[in-house]
Design a protein around this ligand. Structure first.
Ligand code: F0G
Length: 478
């Protein structure tokens, strides 16, 4: 592995000096050197972006020029599905870039899922980010944040997590041995698949008596006090890496822009990254139009839906109505409301990238919807029946597309890309409970969340240990 960690690409060096950090608030726009470590603007406290002086970057004339990068797959930086777009993610010198071969993902035309959603045959695509080395889309952003951490000499990196960020950080830390991973998780709040990764990869695992929102507050405090590098998606370098998911979607569609991107919304890093990717591609003249964006909340963790669709919160040229946000959070506190969904990855009530997501929704003429746990699990079963399954949170995108189709917002002839954010094996408990014949198990795991049926269950057939009975069962069911 040693040769793929700190990859050198002498024929196409990544240059620094063209990138800087900037506050997203247009009334502030404070800038920071790329080498500084911050998760918020020093002057106004708003989120930070990575910006580029594009006049100093040799960007290909056409997106299709990126295809030539494949001819150099023997170079780790060109093998990576993130760094082979480095002209569009250009903040690190080549000798600091970290890669473990992330981003070898697949865009699949899924006709059975299209039928379920109500799309015309050929118009529904699934982007399988579960194929990343740690099993989720997080590796796209983590390789970028980890690279920046390495650039700045960090020896410890931390995150709060619903499980996938922590698995990804733990993986990069243990593969590269460059820094110690410290992860904060809500006690009982992450699935075993994800927890097992962090434990086995050797991360220092802090199990907090609270949920993700509590862990997020604490990890920010702790990393600031102890000078630990924070890799949650509040870190603007994470967002840079996650732009590459959209570059690969375009690549798989031979550079044709789809009509819709549908993505689950948790901490809202992906949606923010996708919006930024399309805004930059449009600015650079590499695409001629921007797709529409649909962000899908779980009904039990629907802050974005409440604020955007119910209370009219908008980006407003960088001046969103902060009172709408603070009033909503005060209401949550008053009701002692906690996020609650089977899609534990998106069980988040206080998304840190809320404002960047509003910007993305503005740029992409976006919509937000919420879907129930029942809808999520049915959509997940349909995706899984196609052979490359996903975890519950990921299926929110498919359930959301189905809802938007039923509402007539998405037309059957629209080309729709649903992002499947995490691998099916991340959360076997939810999957097995859906397909189980054991009513008690079903009720324990799913019934308490309002899931009453498993319409697409594939139930195991119980047989005695008897040859005739086994053969009878096979004849009966196959
Ligand atoms: N899907 C999966 C599988 C996730 O793990 C997450 C986030 C999301 C969707 C939401 O993405 O935050 O970009 O809106 N998981 C984080 C974690 C919070 O800690 O692993 P987002």
């Amino acid at each position: 592995m040693a040769d793929i960690q700190l990859a050198k690409s002498p024929s196409s060096p990544l240059s620094s000096g063209v990138a800087f950090q900037q506050c997203i608030n247009p009334l502030c726009r404070a800038t920071l050197d790329i080498g500084q470590v911050r998760t918020a603007c020093d002057r106004c406290g708003d989120l930070l972006d990575i910006q580029y002086d594009w006049s100093q970057i040799e960007v290909p004339n056409r997106m299709s020029d990126f295809e030539q990068m494949w001819t150099k797959r023997y170079e780790p930086l060109r093998f990576s599905g993130v760094w082979r777009f480095h002209e569009l993610i250009q903040f690190a010198p080549a000798d600091k870039v970290v890669t473990v071969g992330e981003g070898q993902t697949l865009l699949q035309q899924a006709n059975e899922v299209a039928k379920f959603v109500g799309q015309n045959e050929g118009n529904l695509y699934l982007q399988y980010e579960g194929m990343n080395p740690s099993g989720s889309f997080k590796d796209n952003g983590m390789c970028a944040a980890f690279t920046h951490a390495h650039m700045t000499g960090a020896k410890r990196a931390a995150c709060a997590s619903t499980g996938n960020t922590s698995a990804s950080l733990a993986m990069y830390s243990s593969v590269t041995r460059l820094m110690k991973a410290i992860i904060f998780i809500g006690s009982g709040k992450i699935s075993y698949g994800k927890l097992s990764q962090a434990l086995e990869y050797g991360a220092l695992t802090i199990q907090l008596a609270g949920d993700f929102d509590d862990a997020m507050i604490r990890v920010k405090e702790v990393s600031q006090s102890l000078g630990i590098y924070l890799v949650n998606s509040i870190n603007p370098f994470r967002i840079e890496g996650q732009k590459s998911v959209m570059f690969r979607v375009l690549e798989a569609l031979r550079w044709e822009v789809p009509d819709w991107i549908v993505v689950p919304g948790g901490n809202l890093g992906n949606s923010s990254a996708f919006g930024k990717a399309f805004q930059e591609l449009k600015l650079l003249g590499l695409i001629d139009r921007i797709p529409r964006l649909a962000v899908i909340n779980a009904a039990g963790a629907d802050t974005l839906h409440q604020l955007y669709e119910r209370r009219g919160l908008r980006w407003q040229d960088g001046q969103p109505n902060n009172t709408l946000i603070s009033d909503y959070y005060a209401e949550l506190d008053h009701r002692k409301a906690k996020a609650d969904t089977i899609a534990s990855a998106i069980e988040i009530n206080r998304p840190v990238n809320l404002k960047k997501c509003l910007r993305a929704l503005d740029a992409c003429d976006g919509v937000v919807r919420k879907v129930t746990d029942q809808e999520i699990l049915d959509a997940k079963a349909q995706v899984g029946a196609g052979g490359i399954g996903c975890e519950p949170a990921s299926a929110a995108s498919v359930a959301g597309a189905k809802l938007l189709r039923a509402e007539g917002v998405i037309a059957p002839s629209d080309r729709v890309v649903c992002i499947l954010t995490g691998h099916q094996l991340k959360d076997p408990t939810a999957t097995v409970a859906y397909h189980t014949t054991d009513q008690e198990q079903f009720n324990n795991v799913l019934g308490s969340r309002g899931v009453s049926r498993a319409s697409f269950a594939n139930r195991a057939v119980a047989v005695p240990n008897d040859l005739d009975a086994i053969m009878r069962a096979i004849q009966l069911y196959s």
